[in-house]
Write a protein that binds this ligand. Structure first.
Ligand code: GLN
Ligand code: ZN
Length: 766
């Protein structure tokens, strides 16, 4: 029997039920019991869905009220001192305090740090360790959820984050090697496995995605030690799951750990299947991650089946499993709920529920050589053929244009020094010029107007009149406070990627395609299904209107190709590079049109450049090469006088600074205020040559920074960066803040810039 398995199911709910339940509990509108009831109902519903789909190994403990890493932290009793934990079982309040911080009874405790989960857009809560950290079993969630499913008639395969991955995900307060804590953490893992043995659990899924990363020697040693010790305790079988990349140089290590099965992410590492089959020890199960847990396209069943057959030939039916490539946390739940989606494009797609079916079908087909699934196979062939040839996907003009791109198109006409001179003459800005990142407060009014327009409650004329009034107000305000380079405020934009996606060909949108970003927060990424092109200008009318209101320079505002790509669902039939270059050409046209309509400065935001970094260092250069080139392809059509800006948020720049410099933007604005300009270090050490606006105002906090604070930050920056290169701006866009916060903060910011100007004058003459 070929077994079917799933590594994890989305937990937010097809209608974001968990989000609603959580937020209402946090607001105090519902009780703990009500929240737990919703959670339980969802677990049971999702288990049932998997069972009905025909999945043999259904996961439990993949559900989480906030985050699966935080769950493991609670299980291991690894609570930072500031939460004053009493050492008893960790309850909801403490759990949410770690996730979100808490302000109760006059006590103000900050949340644990959050960061990206590998190369996904999911964010996990970072475990915090002391150098003498103690661990102790402090939550029964794993056991309780197993029992809960069992009572409902479903035998599950509990999911646990493995010890080496867990320690690798965390940070030690003294920055020491977290592997030194292995001896402390293993006793708790052993206790867990002892208990699972006592409960007669058959299979456990141990997630060790770190096995797909570059490992240190201590991590490698930790793997051998940890699994040797756990294997001695556990009577059941362990499926060691690796995902998001292939195993590469860790293959021997992974295949030879004392576990019963190994899972390989075929979607990311199809090329490794041969070697894995030749190397896997005789007694091990191999789980093939064939159905994509990250993309939303249907599986090519025939291709998959041929790989399963290869595995069966080598290992026999019993030792082969068919599975999702990773947890399905990263895809929406149910495509059937998309009632209004284009039927043909929809027929090419699969969300979580549909993917479960695919796994079951493949397992069935593997059993009898495909005979029993011949209908599904021919349907899959038909779709593959459609996608290969459909003119809706393949746009000859886009392909032709891309093939004619020359290296010169990604180069500005002159070097920075010459451009800087030309821009100085054209723009006539003072020293320490002031600007903002683009958006102004998105008020209730603005949101309502946009929603009414979308629903058809108001017509185009009324909508445009309302948006123009917003723009005019923002322009007048900036003039009033003496801002040097203005923006139009982005009132017309719902989201910095969706706004462009909606106007580009090759994009489609879902109604309920929500994916968890962190905690109760979800995103609904637009979907790239085909070759991308720009049928008409996207922002020109707005920017032109804004510029017509003022003599000051108005900055055009675009999202860059890398960010548009990484914040969308991607294609699986072309490379990321190809999609990125197609988007770059579309943005290039927009840049040219903005310039032609009299816009002298254009900002192309790329906050996602770091997110796109591949998991393995060896792959970084290739990615950065095409990413940088795409940005340049998008921005380099302009004359020397036209100033190209870019913006990036919360990025660590140290290891990618060369690529950032290679973007060759005339001005870059970055987030630096929180770290007190620490994030500027990379630019200083690298001797970053172009102009730079280190954010002086933390827009993520409701606090209003004083003039003096911002002067201090600017002075700090001016010590290490040539002041003639410095700009003065906030950390990020202002859309999430209210006018009452933004006004005083911006006015203080401009006063700070003026003080810097005066000081530098007295310094020069004196
Ligand atoms: N221009 C965008 C804004 O101001 C940039 C947002 C971002 O960097 N995430 O909102
Ligand atoms: Zn930003």
């Amino acid at each position: 029997m070929v077994t079917s398995a799933n590594l994890g199911f989305p937990r937010i709910g097809a209608h974001r039920e968990l989000k609603k339940a959580l937020e209402s509990y946090w607001k105090g509108k519902t009780t703990r019991e009500e929240l737990l009831e919703v959670a339980k109902e969802m677990r049971l519903r999702h288990w049932d869905m998997q069972k009905k789909a025909g999945i043999d190994h259904i996961p439990s403990n993949d559900f989480s009220l906030y985050d699966q890493v935080l769950d493991m932290t609670a299980t291991l009793g690894c609570v930072p001192d500031r939460y004053n934990w009493d050492g008893h079982e960790i309850g909801l309040d403490l759990y949410f305090a770690m996730a979100r911080g808490s302000q109760t009874d006059g006590r103000d405790v900050i949340a644990c740090e959050m960061t990206k989960w590998f190369d996904t857009n999911y964010h996990y809560i970072v475990p915090e360790f002391k150098s003498d950290q103690e661990f102790k079993l402090s939550s029964n969630k794993i056991f309780d959820e197993y029992t809960e499913a069992k009572r409902a008639g479903i035998t599950t395969r509990p999911v646990i984050i493995g010890p080496v991955t867990y320690l690798s995900l965390g940070k030690r307060d003294d920055n020491g090697d977290t592997m030194e804590l292995l001896d402390k953490i293993l006793p708790v893992y052993k206790k867990i496995f002892q208990k699972l043995s006592d409960m007669n659990v058959d299979w456990v899924q141990l997630d060790e995605p770190y096995l797909t990363l570059d490992l240190s020697d201590t991590q490698k040693k930790a793997y051998t030690q940890a699994y040797t010790e756990i294997a001695k305790i556990f009577d059941g079988k362990i499926m060691l799951t690796t995902y998001f990349e292939g195993l590469r140089d860790n293959m021997d290590l992974a295949l030879n750990l004392p576990v019963e099965g190994v899972h390989l992410d075929i979607r990311r590492a199809a090329g490794e299947l041969d070697t894995v089959l030749s190397k896997i020890p005789d007694d091990k199960y191999l789980s093939l991650g064939l159905v994509d847990g990250r993309y939303i396209w249907k599986n090519n069943l025939r291709d998959s089946l041929s790989m399963v057959d290869m595995a069966i030939n080598k290992l026999g039916h019993k030792r082969v499993m068919v599975s999702s490539s990773s947890s399905m946390l990263h895809v929406p739940i149910d495509l059937e709920l998309e009632k209004k989606m284009d039927e043909q494009i929809k027929s090419w797609m699969a969300f979580g529920k549909q993917k479960l079916r695919e796994i079951a079908i493949l397992a069935k087909g593997a059993q009898d050589g495909g005979e029993g699934i011949s209908d599904a196979l021919s349907e899959s062939d038909k779709i593959a053929e459609e996608r290969r040839t459909s003119p809706r996907i393949h746009n000859g003009a886009v392909k032709e244009r891309l093939s004619k791109v020359t290296p010169g198109m990604s180069r500005r006409k002159s070097g920075f020094a010459q451009r800087q001179k030309a821009q100085e003459d054209a723009l006539g800005l003072p020293a320490y010029p002031t600007t903002t990142i683009g958006s102004f407060p998105q008020t209730q009014d603005i949101r309502k107007t946009r929603a009414a327009f979308k629903k058809g409650d108001i017509g185009t004329e009324d909508y445009e009149r309302a948006m123009k009034a917003e723009i005019e107000q923002v322009v007048r305000y900036q003039e009033e406070i003496d801002m040097d380079m203005l923006v139009h405020g982005e009132a017309e934009r719902n989201d910095m990627v969706e706004y462009f996606g909606e106007q580009l060909d090759g994009y489609i949108f879902s109604k309920l395609g929500w994916v968890q970003s962190y905690g109760s927060r979800c995103v609904k990424p637009p979907i790239i299904y085909g070759d991308v092109s720009r049928p008409a200008p996207m922002t020109v009318t707005w920017s032109k209107f804004a510029q017509s209101l003022t003599d000051r320079p108005m900055k055009g505002m675009l999202t860059g190709p890398i960010t548009i790509l990484f914040w969308s669902f991607k294609r699986d039939d072309v490379t990321l590079e190809t999609s990125c270059r197609q988007i770059a050409l579309a943005i290039r046209d927009e840049v040219s049109d903005l310039e032609a309509s009299g816009i002298q400065a254009i900002q192309v935001d790329e906050p996602a450049i770091r997110e796109g970094l591949p998991l393995r260092r060896n792959d970084w250069k290739a990615y950065l090469d095409w990413a940088v080139d795409s940005f340049k392809l998008a921005t380099c059509s302009v004359q020397d006088e036209t100033q190209i800006h870019t913006h990036m948020c919360y990025s660590e720049f140290n290891d990618i600074i060369e690529a950032i410099a290679a973007l060759d933007a005339d001005v870059i604005s970055i987030e630096t205020s929180r770290s007190q300009m620490e994030l500027l270090d990379a630019f200083v050490h690298y001797n970053y040559p172009n102009e730079i606006g280190p954010g002086v105002y933390d827009i993520h906090s409701p606090r209003i920074p004083t003039k003096d604070e911002m002067v201090t930050l600017l002075e700090k920056a001016a010590k290490v960066i040539d002041p003639s290169l410095l700009w003065v701006n906030p950390d990020c866009g202002l859309k999430t803040r209210g006018w009452d916060e933004v006004k005083p903060a911006l006015e203080n910011m401009i006063a700070a810039a003026k003080e810097m100007r005066n000081k530098s004058k007295t310094r020069k003459t004196g």
